[in-house]
Design a binder for this molecule. Structure first.
Ligand code: CTP
Ligand code: MG
Length: 235
């Protein structure tokens, strides 16, 4: 099996409002990025790992994770960072996973489901969750226009999985286009269906200070899955 994983970690984390880029903010004493790297490195199917990081952090990351891990500088938008990560993926990889470093607590079963769907022939697959709250369409003045049928709505997570040729072609067909998720680019520019597998609440994205507090509550029991703490903080 040949799966390349691209972890995008080049964002600043403006909504989290920390003094360092979000991927280097600590969760249970470990930089967020470390959690995703540990998760992906533990998978025998993952044969290549590409980390996309803020330019200023690339040097220290290459010391921390030397080859075969590849560290490349990111771009202004998430899609720019993914593009740069994809450019570093080996042509020998059959599949590519794209994962947000901001989702440190993805359970193994989500990764298993995404890789399983790819191996079963899905050209593109995303982990999703149902929407539990009632959703409204609201006018600019705050009054409600209508209630949206939530049964057909899903919240989308990462890692998202793709046949390498599919995601590379979709990004190539969409130069300069920015999307908040990679499946969005494949939906618009790839002529393949995008499948879904069950995501997990723990795979939520750390966006706000509240999210980080929530993650701290969940992280303790998961620390056992990380390599021994050698004091690296990314600072
Ligand atoms: N990301 C990236 N390059 C960018 C923007 C985002 O690699 N130019 C990555 C982030 O590091 C994160 C993931 O994409 O792992 C999801 O983005 P988001 O949660 O929006 O992170 P930030 O853009 O860093 O946060 P904010 O939008 O609050 O500034
Ligand atoms: Mg962002």
């Amino acid at each position: 099996v040949s799966v390349a994983a691209v972890v995008v970690a080049a964002g600043s984390g403006s909504r989290l409002g920390h003094d360092r880029p979000k991927a280097f903010v600590e969760l249970a004493g470990r930089p967020l990025l470390e959690w995703s790297i540990a998760l992906l490195q533990a998978r025998p199917e993952v044969s290549q790992l590409v980390v996309v990081a803020p330019e200023a952090e690339c040097g220290q990351l290459r010391q921390r994770w030397p080859a075969p891990v590849i560290t490349v500088p990111g771009g202004d938008e998430r899609s720019d960072s993914v593009r740069r990560g994809l450019a570093a993926v080996s042509a020998e990889a059959e599949w590519v996973l794209v994962h947000d470093a901001a989702r440190p607590l993805v359970p193994e079963h989500v990764l298993t489901a995404v890789i399983g769907a790819l191996r079963a022939g899905a050209p593109a697959v995303v982990p999703v969750l149902p929407v539990v709250d009632t959703v409204k369409l609201v006018a600019a003045d705050g009054t409600i226009r209508s209630t949206v049928d939530r049964d057909s709505l899903r919240r989308v997570q990462t890692p998202q999985g793709f046949r390498r040729d599919v995601i590379v072609a979709a990004y190539a067909a969409a130069p300069g286009v920015t999307h908040t998720d990679d499946a969005g680019i494949v939906e618009s520019y790839g002529a393949v269906p995008v499948s879904t597998v069950p995501g997990a609440e723990e795979a939520f994205k750390i966006t706000t200070p509240h999210d980080l507090r929530l993650a701290e509550l969940l992280a303790g029991p998961r620390l056992a899955g990380l390599p021994a703490d050698d004091g690296w903080t990314g600072a």
